[in-house]
Each structure stands twice: as C-alpha cells, then as structure tokens.
Design a protein around this ligand. Structure first.
Ligand SMILES: [Zn+2]
Length: 166
C-alpha cells in the first residue's frame, strides 16, 4: 500500500462546493477542481510510487447535463473537460479532479462513479441531506480501475477527512 495522498483546499473553496451541492439539490452538482500537484512523487519504486500531495486553488462549476437521472448521476462531457482545461490553462494551473454531490446519499463513490471515473484525478464527493451539505470526502481511482482509494482531504490546514457540518 502506498501512502494516502493529501488533497488540500481552503475553506472558501470547500464552502463553494457545499453551496453548489445545496443549490442544485435534489439534483447532483458537479464541477472541476483546478490546482496542481505540490511535490513530484519520489523515484518510482517497485511497490508503486507514492502519490504527490495536491492543492486545489480554483473551481470550475459545470452544469449537470444528465437529463435521465440527475438525482444520482452526473456526466462530464468531453466539452466540459476541454472548457475546464482551458480555464485552468488561463490561470497557469491544471485540472486535477472533479467534484459532485450525493443528494440524500453517503459521500462514497457509487458503482456509476467508478465506471465513469478516470485514474489520476481526485474526486471530491459531498453528501447533501435534505438540502444541507454534510460530509465531504475525496477519492482516487486506482490505475487498474478496480477501486477508489480515499484521499486525505485537508481543509484550511485542518484534517477534515471525516468532517461533518455542525
Ligand atoms: Zn457519485
């Protein structure tokens, strides 16, 4: 097992993701995480290189284009990816992940999420219960796409991996 990678974002961005989830409730919100890797992974080892810590410095909210089942799934189109990458480039940073909400469901990746995710990116999920944002978690898909592994989500320097709104 490699170390759990750290994903940092500040309180303001955390609040924005939560607010977006509350705003689109009972539908899922989604958006891109823009930022950068903080340190290059150490020399690749046979056990698998440890993953770099990552910092999110901006968000790029997207419109959930699913019209079949917007309550429990979202889709990121190739157009969305292009737009998010353009926005990131203009700021001199990269698209490092994606966020979405789980209305009335736990902040854990669904099978649909796993089937539609890409390795390398960070995936933030915020659960929204009765319109109120609650737990926020972050995940990365393994390279073989077999499972999501948790990231250590740090908000404004605090360890917030299991943080819930009061
Ligand atoms: Zn999901």
């Amino acid at each position: 097992m490699s170390d759990i990678p750290i994903l940092r974002l500040n309180q303001e961005l955390s609040d924005k993701i939560r607010a977006h989830g509350a705003e689109t409730y009972p539908y899922e919100c989604c958006g891109a995480l823009l930022g950068r890797d903080l340190d290059a992974p150490t020399a690749p080892s046979s056990e698998g290189a440890s993953l770099a810590s990552r910092e999110v410095t901006a968000l790029f909210p997207l419109v959930n284009r699913r019209d079949d089942s917007p309550r429990n799934r979202f889709s990121v189109t190739s157009e969305d990816v292009r737009d998010a990458e353009k926005a990131a480039r203009e700021k001199g940073i990269d698209v490092v992940g994606w966020y979405h909400s789980h209305p009335d469901h736990p902040a854990k990746p669904s099978q649909f999420d796993q089937d539609h995710a890409w390795p390398w990116y960070s995936y933030i999920i915020v659960s929204v219960a009765n319109g109120r944002p609650e737990t926020m978690t972050s995940w990365r898909l393994t390279d073989d796409r077999s499972q999501f592994t948790p990231e250590n989500l740090q908000i404004a320097g605090k360890d917030a991996a299991a943080q819930s709104a009061p």
